[in-house]
Design a protein. Structure first.
Length: 305
């Protein structure tokens, strides 16, 4: 005789519906995503990948629509889906720029820490000082450009002479402000090459010193050195990836006519490389320029309009 089924009660219905997630097991992947996307840089990287992937998808969708129109498979020679994706990319670009409105605070914090912690060499200290000051110029210029373009602040700022006499007010040109902000970013990128040159010298000196050392702790020191070399090469490739972006956006006419190529190919590649860098950084000790990636990845979302 089969066992009698349990009566359907309110508690059983509650457990079956409201307690549905009890059937799922805890996931390390979800835990990692929550931790990663719960940070400023983590969310910004995800939005950056989506934003620049959209820049590649939109022209491809329009191209497909034109081809379908030619062969009679589509009435209109344009893609409605592409328009939606373009709006998504624009929203992400604006939100990322607005999100960076506090980007100056970490730079100030970094410069204060730089003066209170000894650097391996005098050259590295000077390089990082110059990098910090370049970011102090970059962020306000970007903020003024974005706020002026959005109509949040007026395009003219009155001066004391214009208030009390016939003097002319200061006119804010969003395009010029944006270009100059990227020029200071480009200065930062060029300075990072000098930083990497000094890092190379330090790693080579450390490598030579390990060859003269014998002992039980040598294996761990060699592993640490290898991790630092891995981080160095990732740093170099990432900086090379940023170089064409900074040059392109620092010029009025730009370097490339195909903005989709600049946005998707170069920037998306840098975003992927950045993930590899962070994985290496998690296992290795921080180098003097380790904050570089957090700052510059944040800056990568700059929109030229």
């Amino acid at each position: 005789m089969p066992p009698a089924s349990k009566p359907i009660t309110l508690a059983r219905i509650n457990d079956s519906i409201l307690g549905l997630f009890g059937l799922l097991q805890p996931s390390e992947t979800v835990d990692h995503l929550v931790r990663y996307l719960g940070t400023w840089s983590g969310s910004d990287k995800l939005f950056m990948v989506i934003q620049y992937a959209v820049k590649l998808i939109v022209p491809l969708l329009h191209l497909r629509a034109r081809l379908q129109h030619r062969v009679g498979l589509k009435k209109e020679p344009f893609s409605r889906a592409a328009a939606g994706y373009a709006k998504l990319g624009s929203i992400l670009g604006n939100s990322r720029t607005m999100w960076r409105i506090w980007g100056l605070l970490p730079i100030v914090q970094w410069l204060i820490s730089l003066e209170r912690n000894p650097q391996p060499t005098r050259k590295l200290l000077v390089i990082e000082r110059l990098q910090g000051w370049s970011m102090l110029a970059y962020y306000p210029l970007e903020h003024f450009s974005y706020l002026s373009t959005s109509g949040i602040i007026p395009s003219t700022i009155p001066t004391l002479s214009s208030i009390f006499s016939t003097g002319k007010p200061i006119t804010l040109d969003p395009d010029s402000l944006g270009i100059w902000s990227c020029r200071f970013w480009a200065l930062y990128v060029f300075l990072q090459f000098a930083h990497l040159r000094e890092d190379w010298k330090l790693l080579q000196a450390h490598k030579k010193s390990l060859r003269k050392v014998k002992g039980s702790g040598l294996a761990s020191s060699e592993r640490e050195l290898q991790q630092r070399w891995d981080s160095y090469w990732n740093d170099l490739v990432t900086n090379i990836g940023y170089l064409p972006l900074t040059l392109h956006w620092s010029l009025k006419q730009g370097l490339f006519r195909n903005e989709a190529w600049v946005g998707s190919s170069v920037s998306l590649r840098c975003g992927i490389i950045q993930e590899r860098v962070e994985s290496h950084r998690a296992a290795s000790s921080a180098s003097p320029g380790s904050i570089y990636y957090t700052r510059v990845t944040t800056a990568m979302g700059y929109e030229t309009g």
